[in-house]
Design a protein around this ligand. Structure first.
Ligand code: GRF
Length: 199
């Protein structure tokens, strides 16, 4: 199966997936990185791993539909089966969704539906929450709202800092994302079935 990863930032989750493929813990072809931030470190990581990359700047396009049409063409060209959002800081629009809904997943650093959107870790600390965690879910048109595939909890300690919580959450993400991908890809029609069950 062919995977495309969408990322905007440092790409530590991208790297964890690359490493899992190289270690043969994940049987997939990483066909494409899509990145909307021309300076992002994830681009370096993709070059290092020799993965094709499409970098775009949303400002160069009249609207979301225009750049998503270009992305859809690339995805079809590479026969991508599954889109993996890993720190992609944009809402997926109807152009991508109408082609790939049920085959787009995202990872979010909170126990959704708590703390959706930006800075989920900061939100959890500001709310004095006792627990946070990681959620992997299917993507729909909302912000972090689609059907949940898995959630893993993290205890927020009394003396927790942003750095310590981020470290704990990322440690979980880097294990959980590759293993869930492997599960989704090996379970035959899993993608559609999972979606039906989650609904
Ligand atoms: C992760 O914490 C992920 O949950 C969120 O964005 C962050 C991306 O980090 N959606 P990285 O770029 O993979 O290091």
């Amino acid at each position: 199966k062919n995977i495309a990863i969408f990322a905007s930032g440092s790409g530590s989750n991208f790297q964890a997936i690359v490493d899992a493929v190289q270690a043969k813990q994940l049987s997939a072809n990483l066909s494409l990185l899509v990145c909307d931030q021309p300076g992002a470190y994830v681009i370096e990581r993709a070059r290092e791993a020799e993965i094709s990359t499409f970098v775009f700047n949303a400002k160069d396009y009249p609207n979301k539909e225009a750049y998503e049409e270009e992305i859809v063409m690339l995805l079809k060209n590479k026969q991508v089966d599954l889109i993996v959002l890993a720190g992609y800081m944009r809402l997926v629009g109807s152009t991508l969704l109408s082609e790939y809904e049920g085959r787009i997943i995202n990872i979010h650093p909170s126990l959704l539906p708590d703390f959706p959107g930006k800075d989920a870790i900061g939100q959890a600390l500001a709310a004095n929450a006792k627990w946070s965690g990681v959620t992997i879910h299917f993507v729909d048109e909302g912000m972090d709202t689609g059907p949940v595939i898995v959630r893993e909890r993290v205890r927020i300690e009394e003396n927790e800092t942003r750095e310590s919580l981020q470290w704990k959450i990322q440690e979980i993400e880097h294990k959980l994302y590759p293993s869930i991908l492997q599960m989704l890809l090996t379970k035959g029609d899993a993608l559609q079935n999972e979606k039906a069950r989650a609904n």
